[in-house]
Design a protein. Structure first.
Length: 298
């Protein structure tokens, strides 16, 4: 058995075991049409059968129609029940679109260009600073508003998925990977954070890409950019974070506890220092909520 085949079997067993442990009728997944959710959907179908997996696509006004098309196309390929529900009205009611002046522009294309070229202070000139900036924003700054604007979308998705899951006694399956988890490139309390199970949380993004090949995920999903699809003009996590292959190698070294100076001797100094800072600054996202219960005898 190959290493990837062993990983896949381990995930199969995990999905089956947790569904039985939670006593759920079936599984439901917020399906974006991206690689991570496609891999998890494929794994869930192989573990439980397509009649026991429901895929829900939750777009909103800024979402890329291409991902919606891919989500439906792949759901049909798997033979799963597919539900599409727009969150635009819910986000409008919550005031999300009023957080940024881009809401005044009539088209998604114009809103994307405004952010992409930095004509308003949503991101710094170097977009790679966005990830660190969002972890340390100033009160009501454009950076803070942009972060709130983006994160609200995944939180609304979480609410909708859990409402549906609890109504039908379903296990919510998440699709976050270890690269996202360590660097804080997910939405705290969002659909990529809150789930009953996270089958690929222990895998780095490059490992997910390898498994995608083994699972024969179609090229139209496997080869496209890792698009967060929450803020127009920011369509590739690779650009925001760095080359996944290099980033994952550095993160492995960090997880293994290797000294920063030793890692810097093998990789770009600025990138290593930035990843150390991302891991440190995003720790609260992995540890929350903080509490005193562990100091109690109860």
């Amino acid at each position: 058995m190959t290493k990837n085949a062993s990983l896949i079997k381990e995930i199969f067993d995990f999905i089956i075991h947790e569904k039985d442990l939670l006593n759920r009728n079936a599984a439901v997944l917020a399906f974006s049409g991206g690689l991570d959710s496609a891999v998890v959907a494929s794994l869930a179908v192989r573990a439980l059968g397509n009649e026991k997996v429901i895929l829900i696509n939750l777009p909103e006004r800024d979402s890329n129609p291409l991902h919606q098309k891919h989500a439906k196309q792949f759901a049909n390929l798997l033979g799963c029940k597919f539900i599409k529900h727009s969150l635009t009205v819910s986000l409008m009611a919550a005031g999300t679109y009023r957080l940024l002046p881009i809401s005044l522009l009539p088209t998604k294309s114009l809103r994307g260009k405004l952010i992409e070229y930095g004509r308003i202070k949503v991101v710094n000139k170097d977009s790679k600073d966005l990830l660190l900036t969002r972890l340390n924003t100033c009160d009501d700054s454009w950076e803070a508003r942009a972060n709130a604007y983006a994160m609200a979308k995944h939180r609304m998705r979480m609410v909708w998925i859990y409402q549906y899951a609890e109504r039908h006694n379903l296990m919510v399956v998440g699709a976050a990977n270890r690269t996202e988890w360590l660097t804080g490139t997910f939405s705290k309390w969002g659909v990529d954070h809150c789930a009953d199970i996270m089958p690929i949380m222990h895998l780095f993004r490059t490992q997910v890409e390898e498994i995608a090949k083994e699972l024969c995920i179609p090229d139209y999903i496997r080869l496209k950019s890792a698009d967060p699809d929450i803020l127009p003009g920011l369509a590739d996590k690779n650009i925001l974070l760095g080359d996944f292959k290099i980033v994952d190698e550095i993160l492995r070294n960090i997880v293994e506890g290797k000294p920063k100076n030793e890692i810097i001797s093998n990789f770009d100094k600025a990138l290593v220092e930035r990843l150390f800072e991302l891991v440190a600054q995003s720790e609260h996202m992995r540890m929350s909520p903080y509490h005193l219960l562990n100091r109690s005898k109860l």
